[in-house]
Design a protein around this ligand. Structure first.
Ligand SMILES: Nc1ncnc2c1ncn2[C@@H]1O[C@H](COP(=O)(O)OP(=O)(O)OP(=O)(O)O)[C@@H](O)[C@H]1O
Ligand SMILES: [Mg+2]
Length: 471
């Protein structure tokens, strides 16, 4: 979504030399909360808002006085080509803007319109109407799958999530029980602690709980506690007041907890949260209020917390790295997502699901896997769990030349074949990289993802082989 495509266009502007009288006339004619104020080159320099007018009238400013000194300068604005990935991103911006509308300017900084809260409200209403229509439709024809996909794409636009309870594949007893528990958790606002090894689906469950809750239309705020640098963590999470530290914005900034007010915050990898922040988090949970860095007054907030971890928090408590009181506060409802080796019976359904997904994405017509390939998939121990299974199927779909994935397409050949090929490690690496690049038609991002390395590592490896510009 580009900023220029979602604006309420405005052609009217004021200048610092315009009078309050002119401003009143224009404000009465438009339904906008404010009018752009421009300089002599028509560049945006501020906004004259309805509350500016209110202040002028209360303070006895004469009706023929100039606007200069009475309008908002330093307003947040968007360039016309600013791209938003979803509605909650726009909403987060608008929540920071007191007049509830953000000016949009063209490449010469001339105002072309506003993004308003009304836009968000009508977008949501349209979404809800569509969603209810879909739910009421009795049609259970094969269209349902693509309808589901479209629904997930829409959902992403609304709150930044991709998964609902329907996205969690698996009918084994343990998965059915977990889904039931997740839906129950969604009906409450209690804190949820999701534990499980890497790639088991913890984030899917967290998003599914948010989307099944009454808060679904609010943004799902996702924080990876292991990824925020320690020195930024406090201000990122709790926000800061204007001028709280050198380099801080003059107006201050809300933290992620404030942005998640009335919604859900997902604290991923909670085991990596530094101890100093753990005590602040405890305070938020107990007092239901947050204090910005440099702030004097705490602010009441209503945030639903879902935390996830692949570490054993009890061991971390024993080692003095995690607060025991926080642990008990977090695990009001706890969901233990099992490793894939504890629900092998879900593998055929998961394989079908991934084949469909990756065939569609890569324009291939793969219909299934051979019986020996399935036997292998059901006996391998899957240390990377469902994520690893998904990657193996994605690679197999790309390499597969027939409609059925065979054992050798799974990429485990060396460990399966009885004869061992002796070759150099770097040679194997080189060959694997080239094979994967070929299968992805030279797409380096996809190649890096399939090989489980970052793009920059892939570039370094290609460089060291003198093949930076292959494909
Ligand atoms: N039950 C499931 N059904 C379908 N896909 C799944 C399921 N569980 C996991 N996946 C797939 O595995 C990937 C990893 O899942 P997710 O990110 O939720 O794992 P995680 O437990 O949060 O892992 P990590 O600890 O590494 O963050 C997802 O992108 C999804 O493709
Ligand atoms: Mg995760």
């Amino acid at each position: 979504m580009l900023a220029k495509d979602i604006i309420v266009p405005t052609t009217v502007t004021l200048s610092p030399n315009s009078t309050i009288r002119e401003a009143i006339r224009i404000l009465r004619k438009t339904r906008l909360g404010g009018i752009p104020v421009v300089d002599t080159d028509n560049r945006l320099i501020g906004v004259f808002s309805r509350s500016n007018l209110y202040d002028c009238l209360l303070n006895g400013v004469a009706i023929d006085d100039k606007l200069s000194g009475h309008f908002l300068m330093d307003v947040i604005y968007f360039k016309e080509d600013m791209e938003f990935s979803n509605i909650s991103e726009i909403n987060q911006w608008l929540r920071k803007v007191s007049i509830g509308q953000t000016p949009v300017v063209d490449f010469k900084e001339r105002p072309i319109g506003f993004i308003t809260r009304n836009f968000i409200v009508s977008f949501l209403l349209e979404y809800i109407e569509k969603h209810y229509k879909d739910n009421n439709a009795k049609d259970s024809s094969p269209k349902t799958k693509s309808a589901n996909k479209a629904r997930h794409e829409e959902l992403y636009k609304v709150n930044g999530t991709k998964y609902t309870i329907d996205s969690i594949i698996g009918n084994s007893n343990v998965m059915e029980e977990l889904k039931r528990l997740a839906l129950k958790a969604a009906q409450t606002t209690s804190t949820v602690l999701i534990s499980g090894a890497c790639g088991t689906g913890k984030e899917l469950f967290a998003q599914a709980i948010h989307n099944a809750s009454k808060r679904w239309y609010q943004p799902f705020i996702n924080i990876n506690c292991a990824a925020i640098p320690a020195e930024l963590a406090e201000s990122e999470l709790f926000g800061y007041e204007g001028g709280a530290f050198t380099g801080a914005s003059r107006h201050g900034k809300p933290g992620k907890f404030e942005l998640a007010d009335k919604s859900t915050i997902f604290l991923d990898e909670i085991g990596d949260m530094p101890l100093s922040l753990q005590s602040k988090l405890l305070r938020i949970i107990q007092e239901k209020e947050v204090m910005r860095v440099g702030g004097l007054h705490p602010k009441k907030i209503d945030v639903r917390i879902i935390a996830a971890t692949n570490q054993d928090l009890e061991t971390l408590i024993y080692e003095g790295k995690f607060r025991q009181d926080l642990y008990y506060r977090l695990k009001v409802i706890s969901l233990n997502v099992p490793p894939l080796c504890r629900h092998y019976s879900d593998i055929p359904t998961l394989v079908d699901h991934f084949i469909r997904e990756y065939s569609e994405a890569n324009d291939k017509e793969i219909t299934g896997v051979s019986s020996d390939a399935m036997r292998f998939l059901q006996s391998y121990n899957w240390p990377g769990n469902i994520r690893e299974l998904g990657n193996v199927i994605e690679r197999a779909v790309l390499f597969c030349k027939e409609k059925i994935i065979r054992l050798e397409d799974l990429g485990f050949n060396n460990s399966i074949e009885s004869g061992v090929d002796i070759c150099s490690l770097s040679g194997v690496e080189k060959e694997t990289i080239f094979k994967t690049l070929k299968a992805t038609n030279g797409n380096k991002s996809k190649t890096a993802k399939l090989l489980g390395i970052s793009r920059s590592t892939l570039y370094k490896k290609l460089e060291s082989m003198g093949k930076q510009n292959v494909f």
